[in-house]
Each structure stands twice: as structure tokens, then as C-alpha cells.
Design a protein around this ligand. Structure first.
Ligand code: SF4
Length: 205
């Protein structure tokens, strides 16, 4: 493999590899910068974003450890620090009191909203590409994430709209939960379809 060796950067594959590496460095730098501006470590910022978008059942120390790619003890330390700052609290899951979940406090919700400009520059750069290139990039990115997910390098919690278990508008007469999840065989309220789910499986192209 050519890796990041400058002498091998003559093939499209090697050049793409270097480009992706630079992008990831840029995003990490942006995360550090935004986190620091809000008095947080990068892990604390990532934890707040995770708690905003993950389903209640995965907002646990274990779920956080998976998202951060660290040991549960380390995730617990991140949660302790956020709890001391008044940004999150531990509370039992209403459906199963034995499961302790992590929840954003109002101050935490406010902080995470302020952090969400993290990807604005990248979004603006993407928006300058023609639609055909955006579509090609989407497909290539999804394929790469899938391969890396299978290799265990990324954890993907996705939302309902691209999931093979999602049945949109399956309950048209129920305005509170018009959609259906075939995985848990239960109706889904609209807002829940925008939460990240660990059971997500992408629809076939
Ligand atoms: S498995 Fe998860 S992502 Fe898929 S439809 Fe059900 S709740 Fe949504």
C-alpha cells in the first residue's frame, strides 16, 4: 500500500487517500477549535452531539464509549466532567429503571446548539459542487463508511429515512405516530425518525 508516502501520490487512489486524510485533519482541528471556544474538550463536545441525536436507549455510558471509540471508564470520566459542568445528568430510562441514561440539561441543550456550526464550512464547500458530483460523492462516502463499519473502524447510528425497516406513513390515521418501524414492529412519531438508531440497516440501492 502507498499510504501517505509523497513519492506515491501519482495515482488517483493515492491522491484521494491523501485528500481524505487532510479532510479528517481539518475536521478534527475544527472540532478542537469549536470545543475550546465553548470551554469543552473535543470528547466532551462529541458527547454532547451524541446525546442530542442518539435514541434514548443508546444514550448510555456504553453507547457513548462506542461513539467515542474509548473504554467505558473513559466515557464515564467524560460524562462526569459534563455533569460537573451542569450540561448533562444521569437518569433511569423510563421503560427500564435499571438502565441509567445520560440526558442533556437545558444548559447542555443550549451548548450543543451553539456547537452545531462545526460543519458549516464543509457544507458550504459541498454546496458549490454540481448536483451530479454531490450525488457521486454521497454514494462513494456511503460505500466507504459501510466498508469501514464492517471492519469495525466506525460506528454508524443512522436515522430512519434510509433504513430498510422504515415504513413511512404506514399509519396515516394516527397523527401522533404516522410511521412504522418493522424492526421493533411499532409506530414511530415523526420527531423520532430523526434520531440516530443503532439498529439502522441501509436500504438496498
Ligand atoms: S430500525 Fe431504527 S432506524 Fe430503522 S426504522 Fe427502526 S427505529 Fe428507524
Amino acid at each position: 500500500m502507498s499510504g501517505l508516502d509523497p513519492r506515491s501520490r501519482t495515482t488517483p487512489l493515492a491522491q484521494t487517500l491523501v485528500g481524505l486524510y487532510r479532510l479528517s485533519q481539518g475536521l478534527q482541528h475544527r472540532l478542537r477549535e469549536r470545543a475550546q471556544a465553548h470551554g469543552l474538550s473535543p470528547a466532551q463536545a462529541q458527547a454532547l452531539l451524541f446525546l442530542k441525536y442518539a435514541r434514548p436507549g443508546v444514550r448510555t455510558i456504553g453507547g457513548l464509549a462506542q461513539r467515542l471509540g474509548c473504554a467505558p471508564a473513559t466515557a464515564s470520566e467524560v460524562a462526569d466532567a459534563l455533569e460537573r459542568k451542569g450540561l448533562i445528568r444521569r437518569q433511569p430510562l423510563p421503560a427500564d429503571q435499571r438502565v441509567i441514561t445520560l440526558a442533556l440539561t437545558p444548559a447542555g441543550a443550549h451548548k450543543v446548539n451553539a456547537l452545531e456550526d462545526l460543519l458549516d464550512d464543509l457544507e458550504a464547500a459541498l454546496a458549490t459542487l454540481p448536483p451530479t458530483q454531490q450525488e457521486a460523492l454521497l454514494q462513494a462516502t456511503q460505500a466507504l463508511v459501510r466498508v469501514l463499519q464492517q471492519a469495525g473502524h466506525v460506528v454508524v447510528y443512522e436515522m430512519c429515512w434510509g433504513c430498510q425497516f422504515f415504513r413511512p406513513n404506514a399509519h396515516p390515521n394516527d397523527p401522533t405516530a404516522p410511521h412504522h418501524c418493522a424492526f421493533v414492529d411499532a409506530p414511530l412519531p415523526e420527531p423520532n425518525t430523526y434520531l440516530e438508531c443503532p439498529d439502522f440497516i441501509p436500504r438496498s440501492p
